[in-house]
Design a protein around this ligand. Structure first.
Ligand code: LLP
Length: 427
């Protein structure tokens, strides 16, 4: 996989703009997101599913990238939202999504959070019997339409931390108790209209997804038959992967969607469930490859190993440190040069685990080179922190020839937001 990079005069081009100019003008580290790519990703995935099953809602998993401008672009494309917290509901509303276009799937939610979700009018997808019972105690929830998350005992994902189905997962209710829980929902006065599952993230083959769809459809079919629930929607979660390593391939969307929709339709028929909407919740697929992180090499060091030290660290991009994830790295000011050495690309934080790559084949690196860390659109800025008192970087949006700052670079003063020294300590 070659990451479809645009190159001109040995430079990396984003939209129609030279990455080196962006770095000069807006300084580094800098997140750069390409609007066209977000729109293309959305349309590619939407069309692949929608051409085979019309009543499809694509709920963008906002957690992947909550930048308001990014949310607005997806709003404009017609997306729905998968929100996991009141903060994400708030963000989605601010970006212009109407409550009807937001599904809230919380985990270990408090009564206050349930109340907030209820008041905003979004669809609530419940993760436990406890949440179901507690929601029923909130005023005005009688007769409310709700959805329930089941754990279909299918495990998938690129790292243990991201596997959300199966026996060890904290999410959803057990599949064996689904009939009982839906009955309970009705007894509590709710109108269950949805079922949800999400098995994991960064899935590049169709098998686990097919297995999850099959399992969830059998559970939904049983609930339909035994409890009489008429599902308005069935939500199969997200997890659609993207290639991070040159050796990986893109998801074969045509085969993938053909197989899934075929299975979905046959199960609907088997259980006589009519034509409910199909929901999916892609996060990474929509934004992952649309953004790069530009960071400048400031130190070349040969100690026991050879290091290229850059001007950001795992506070800016956590995935390599947290999951050991591979992110492809190119040199934006000499993009055509061949790899000649293996080198560690190290961040600027005070921990040995602060590495973007170990023994990475790279062109000859020099101080001042501009690195572009690819696939930094999903779970990158949204997982960033100020650890080591490093203000977070700026983020710019490129649309062909246009550039907009969509998040200003933080300053030292942002490190102290909301903090206060008690006056008694100032005496
Ligand atoms: N729906 C639910 C209920 C989820 O929990 C998630 C992701 C998604 C949808 C979207 O999954 P996606 O399509 O993006 O794979 N920080 C990790 C990924 C954590 C995913 C958490 N849940 C990473 O950097 O790989």
């Amino acid at each position: 996989y070659d990451f479809n990079l645009k190159k001109e005069n040995n430079h990396l081009i984003i939209g129609n703009i030279d990455a080196n100019e962006l770095a000069e003008k807006y300084k580094t580290p800098l997140y750069v997101i390409d609007e066209e790519k977000v729109r293309n990703n959305y349309n590619k995935l939407y069309t692949a599913f929608n051409s085979k099953y019309e009543d499809l809602h694509m709920c963008y998993a906002a957690k992947a990238n909550t930048n308001l401008a990014v949310m607005k672009i997806l709003e404009d494309e017609g997306s729905y939202i998968d929100a996991v917290s009141p903060g994400e509901i708030y963000t989605a509303l601010l970006a212009g999504f109407t409550p009807e276009r937001i599904v809230f799937t919380g985990n270990n939610v408090t009564n206050e959070e349930l109340e907030y979700a209820h008041k905003t009018g979004v669809t609530i997808n419940l993760d436990s019997i406890s949440a179901l019972e507690r929601l029923s105690t909130i005023e005005g929830t009688k007769g409310k339409e709700i959805s329930i998350r089941v754990n279909p005992m299918v495990e998938a994902g690129h790292h243990e931390h991201c596997i959300t189905g199966g026996p060890k997962s904290k999410f959803g209710i057990k599949e064996e108790e689904a009939v009982e829980v839906y009955q309970k929902a009705i007894d509590l006065g709710f109108k269950p209209i949805g079922m949800h599952s999400h098995i994991g993230s960064e899935i590049l083959e169709s098998e686990p997804f097919m297995l999850a769809v099959e399992t969830m459809m059998d559970i939904a079919g049983k609930v339909h038959k035994e409890v009489g629930v008429d599902f308005k929607f069935l939500d199969f979660g997200g997890g659609f992967g993207i290639p991070y390593e040159p050796t990986e391939n893109e998801l074969d969307l045509e085969t993938f969607t053909t197989d899934i929709i075929k299975l979905f339709k046959s199960k609907l028929e088997e259980y006589d469930m009519g034509k409910p909407a199909m929901y999916i919740e892609p996060g990474r697929f929509l934004v992952g490859n649309a953004e790069v992180l530009l960071t400048r090499v400031n130190t070349i060091k040969e100690s026991y190993r050879k290091f290229a030290g850059v001007d950001c660290g795992f506070g800016t991009l956590l995935r390599p440190t947290m999951y050991g994830s591979y992110h492809h790295i190119v040199v934006a000011n000499k993009i055509n040069e061949e790899n000649v050495e293996e080198i560690d690309i190290a961040g600027n934080l005070c921990e040995s685990g602060d590495l973007f790559a170990r023994d990475r084949p790279m062109p000859k690196l020099e101080e001042g080179d501009l690195l572009a860390i690819l696939n930094a659109g999903a779970y990158a800025y949204s997982m960033a922190s100020q650890y080591n008192s490093r203000p977070r970087p700026a983020e710019v949006l490129v649309n062909k020839d246009e550039v907009d700052v969509i998040r200003r670079r933080e300053e030292f003063s942002d490190l102290f937001n909301g903090q206060k020294i008690p006056t008694r300590l100032l005496k």
